[in-house]
Design a protein. Sequence first.
Length: 421
Amino acid sequence: MSRYVIRGRERLQGSVTVSGAKNAVLPMLAATVLTRERCVIHGVPRLRDVQVMCEILRRLGASVEKEVDKTSGTSSLIVDPAGICRSEVHEDLTREMRSSIFLMGSLLGRLGEVTMAYPGGCDIGPRPIDLHLRGLEALGANISERHGYIHAECRDLVGAEIHLDFPSVGATENIMMAAVAARGATLIRNAAKEPEIVDLQNFLNAMGANIKGAGMDVIRIEGVKELKGAEHWVIPDRIEAGTFMVAAAITRGRVLLRNVIPEHVESVTAKLREVGATVVDSDGCLEVIGPEILKPVDIKTLPYPGFPTDMQPQMMALLSVAEGTSIITETVFESRFKHAEELRRMGANIKVEGRAAVVKGVKTLYGAAVESTNLRSGAALVLAGLVAEGITTVDGVHHIDRGYEDLEQKLLKLGARVHRV
Ligand code: EPZ
């Protein structure tokens, strides 16, 4: 397993171009199953999770080609879903990536049935899928579960009114994808409002769907007979953007972010300003200047537009070296504080009590051998390594590869002393 070796105390300077949003591309790839026509998705990040989703589509019978644009270096995926004829998603792939669950809605819409292994949880909590299953049942799917497999089938899908107990991102997206193929109208109440949901609505509408309201509490989907192919540019990854904003703040550097939608990172900008960073929004770019003194702030993660849970570990790293005590409350996932233990190995003073973490800022973090156990905690440990005295080795880099395209190159370009071994 490869690891990052980081020598800290370098101020990051320069500009970085943010990649396309992983959490927008994954449901979009699942949505291509709903048509027989060719789809092209531009601005796709080269990530392990994207490769896995492409592999799943190929095993279902689709063909998926990748093209890299010589000038911009960004990649596009050309999906030809005409050949899709299988409805089983193999266990090895559903285990590796929870997002395979998105295929339930689109395979039900295309083939009227789907079989897949229960997607694995991960170390941020049990990650149940009850809201997905209840939503699909409301649309007419018969769902049975045995020996760790879920089987869903339906003669036809009929629009329904669905109220989500929790604004689940995945459940909202899964239900949207099934509802576009249902007869009549579907209402999703208490829907998730993340920008990735709006991007999915735009992609599905480009395919001929009739969806309104994504980004608000209620999404209305009028079922259509069939969907055609579409071409679409993915929105920038707001979590990658937030991670680089924190990297500028924690190293007291100055970083210009290109390919960012400022509104999508509004809650992170507000918090970084509270911490004392300067954030300047200039014609579609964001410049972040880290302050000499980092002030403590309280963070409470909430569904969008609240402070994103996917930025909580990165903020914990930042607040570990603030001048004072911060309280971080994680309301979205049950146990998303694994990184606290690793940060403590670097000298951080963090006390976790259930869903709250008390972070007493320390003057200095010290390089240590630490291990990332998931995507965002890995990013947090890299950030801590950038500011720590001495050398930090971060194990489990394959987790980071799932969600950060060319992280090492991007950090090197900003002056960080990091390399992968
Ligand atoms: C999406 O996961 C993202 N993943 C996650 O990003 C992100 O952390 C999460 O949304 C919250 O913003 C993708 O988009 C691929 P949820 P998802 O359903 O859809 C509970 C990353 O780092 N819940 O909104 O799985 C669940 O247990 C990843 O890129 C149910 O109880 O998140 C959790 O506590 C990590 N029943 C809460 O809702 C359900 O049926 C939020 O989950 C579904 C969810």
